[in-house]
Design a protein around this ligand. Sequence first.
Ligand code: PMP
Length: 310
Amino acid sequence: PISAAKYIWQNGKLVPWEKATVHVLAHALHYGSTVFEGVRSYPTANGPIIFRLTDHTKRLFDSAKIYRIDIPYSFDDISAACKEIIVSNELNRGAYLRPFAFRGYGEIGVAPKNPPPVETVVAAFEWGAYLGAEGLENGIDVCVSSWQRLAPNTIPAMGKAAGNYLSSQLISMEAKRLGFAEGIGLSTDGTVSEGAGENLFLIRDGVIYTPAIANSILQGITRDSVVKLARVHGFEVREQAIPRELLYLADEIFLTGTAAEITPVRSVDHIQIGAGKRGPVTETLQSAFFGLFNGKTPDKWGWLESCSDR
Ligand code: PMP
């Protein structure tokens, strides 16, 4: 179960964790009409910061725009709610935040003339490494899924909506059933897309590759951070279509995500990647990323957003 905090911000108010409930006939529960974010806060010498909160809030509003979900709060209200939920819950050791908006309880049709009211929530709680603390260090075993990612012009991959995660559930459940830690989805053209909840990078001959936005991926904020940090470290990064077999031939592979952070991959479909453990480029990028929070990596971009300025 989730490690409960004290309060959840629900429709403008802090409510006790166990009182933050919803009607069973809410539209989102039946049709997947929730747009959401996953955000992390980290402890730093200057108190807890929320990593790239502005970019996550922007993506929440972008997802809502695609689905014509009219969030009844401003950009600044949502950002302030995220900071408030960390402070009021005294989540000073690092937390995972889940801001979301969904079509609530009203009429039950798919697209009723009077759309159900939009509810807006920000929750936060402590959550450890998504693919395991051990995985962060030693790497994980993954497989290519028999399920493909979302086809273009079906469910938009750029929107982070609850319904998209039916695809992710099929991919991740299949992988785990077969004994892997995570599954990789191909896009409908057969090229590499992304993990069930992570973007993918591979390294071959010193060049870093990651699928492009046209390859049915979520535009991950960790992905963007890694691309920028890699360029600062002098690496060439190519965003392009990646054939499946390049996975097997990579010197290193890692997955990125807010929950997964930067998780090395040591095998794909039981084929060993590189030396079968975290590779040197992955380690450099992990140190650069985690260095943002202990001050070793300069935050040139203003990514560390303090919870005290509200
Ligand atoms: N792809 C999918 C499908 C995801 O769910 C996530 C997690 N939000 C990511 C990629 C990584 O995105 P981010 O780095 O912004 O968390």
